[in-house]
Design a protein around this ligand. Structure first.
Ligand code: GLN
Length: 486
């Protein structure tokens, strides 16, 4: 029985029926990691001892006949930019290589209240800056569908861990697509919630007005379960929304009759790999046959979203990363004086992409350029948001590709601009603060294709329902990545 291939909800049933124990399940995840990690490299840190203790606590509850939470005892992984008390949190950066946070992120506290089992902290692009996990300060992660290819990024290790069976679910962070794009490349479900739906407290900041934590899972049911566990208002995050959290499992309904779907024509323009566009069109035709109404819509400012993002995100990053100065925490290089120490610390500690963004952001914020670049980008951001507001008068959800292509080869996009273009379909949602989910909708030359379903603010339930109806009418989510097979 390949337990590592199961979903969280199936494993929960097996735990409750005492067909398996949580300790046995944790050990299965470790054995799977032993088998595939040398090929994939999902983890920066593994937390086996802690996982066994957490699992034993769940088994004790089961023995006593107590009810357990849906995620109790189910092995999960966290992107290594989510703070874990007493466990190294590196952001895949040499500058934080030995940083051990003194506190847990709010999402970690919430998961702990659900008796989750943490099996590891996953690799990512340094400070979540990138789209392939090649910008990690430590090593690159590989795609379980084809180990010559990237898993996507920046949350590549979370996506690969779930697809390779090393974890049943994982959390990532999405500032411009970093949950949805790796989910698409690795063939799993990835959700970026509405900005403010999930607390950012304890998520190491990249671009604070865009960052959002969300789940990677094997199917939409698990996505609803993880979102249930992490969503909600948090007084420790001033941008968190004080709105009631519905039970997202109530949205697991196979019904799209009368659902109004918009197809934003700008997302199907040149640059989209033909097989990707075809897979999405086919999926949309299927939803139509199931009773949804489909119409073309236009989001005219889409082409300006990418340049606006690559000013706003670096601007915020240049401010957020100012704290890594070798004084408060993290790496410090000895210098002749304080300026020399700052310079050497940052020069050794940060990788090229992080330095590039700090420079770009500092430039965009400098006096004389602020109005021309940063302020202009903010105005564009408002226009992008208004485009969405307009189309959402007429439609319930929008459907588009998650990424323009399937997973590319390691080293293929060495030009940073080419890499930035991978984000065209995901970035507008972050600028507008909207929720989006990526689900598998087909394959192109053996590689998974992701379909993005975009919702109105706080309409996670609507996109979950749409995703679930599509998923249940197909079997893409049941296919397992071939890594580890002989
Ligand atoms: N690929 C985008 C970037 O490089 C998005 C990153 C993210 O969402 N964290 O900024």
């Amino acid at each position: 029985m390949d337990l590592f291939k199961y979903t969280a909800h199936a494993l929960h049933d097996m735990l409750v029926k005492k067909e398996i124990s949580a300790v046995e399940l944790a050990k299965t995840a470790f054995a799977r990691t032993d088998a595939v990690e040398p090929k994939i490299h999902s983890y920066i840190t593994e937390t086996r001892e802690q996982a066994l203790n957490q699992a034993a606590a769940v088994d004790a509850k089961l023995t006593k006949g107590e009810t357990i939470a849906p995620l109790a005892g189910i092995p999960g992984a966290l992107k290594d930019n989510i703070c874990t008390k007493g466990i190294k949190t590196t952001c895949a950066s040499k500058i934080l290589a030995n940083f051990v946070p003194p506190y847990d992120a709010t999402v970690v506290e919430k998961l702990a209240a659900n008796d989750f089992v943490l099996v590891g902290k996953t690799n990512c692009d340094e400070f979540a800056m990138g789209g392939s996990t090649e910008n990690s300060g430590f090593f690159a992660t590989r795609n379980p569908w084809d180990t010559d290819r990237v898993p996507g990024g920046s949350s590549g290790g979370s996506a690969s861990a779930v697809s390779a069976g090393q974890a049943i679910w994982a959390l990532g962070s999405d500032t411009g697509g970093s949950i949805r794009q790796p989910a698409a490349y690795c063939g799993n479900v990835g959700l970026k919630p509405t900005y403010g739906r999930v607390s950012r407290y304890g998520l190491v900041a990249y671009a604070s007005s865009l960052d959002q934590i969300g789940p990677f899972t094997r199917d939409v049911t698990d996505c609803a379960l993880v979102l249930n566990a992490i969503a909600g208002h948090d007084a420790k995050d001033s941008t968190s929304i004080n709105a009631q959290v519905p039970d997202y499992t109530k949205a697991l309904v196979k019904d799209v009759k009368g659902l109004k779907i918009g197809l934003p024509q700008e997302y199907f323009a040149a640059g989209i790999q033909p097989e990707v566009a075809e897979a999405i069109q086919k999926a949309v035709a299927q939803l139509k046959a199931m009773g949804a109404e489909v119409k073309e819509v236009s989001l005219p400012h889409t082409q300006y979203a990418l340049p606006a993002y690559y000013l706003i995100a670096p601007a915020e990053a240049s401010s957020n990363l100012g704290r890594y100065d070798g004084v408060g925490f993290g790496h410090r290089a000895p210098g002749n004086d304080i300026i020399d120490m700052y310079k050497k610390t940052r020069s050794e500690g940060f990788g090229d992409e992080v330095k590039r963004r700090i420079m770009l952001g500092t430039y965009a914020l400098s006096s004389g350029y602020y109005d021309a670049y940063y302020l202009k980008a903010l105005q564009v951001r408002t226009l992008v948001k208004q485009d969405f507001d307009n189309v959402f008068q007429d439609v319930d959800v929008l459907i588009a590709p998650t990424a323009p292509t399937t997973a590319f080869k390691i080293g293929e996009l060495s030009d940073p601009l080419a890499m930035y273009l991978q984000d065209v379909c995901t970035i507008p949602l972050n600028l507008a603060g909207l929720p989006g989910i990526s689900i598998p909708c087909g394959f192109a030359q053996g590689l998974p294709v992701g379909m993005q379903i975009i919702g109105k603010p706080l309409a996670e339930a609507t996109i979950i329902q749409t995703a679930y109806a599509f998923e249940q009418a197909n079997d893409y989510h049941t296919r397992f990545a071939p890594v580890g097979e002989v």
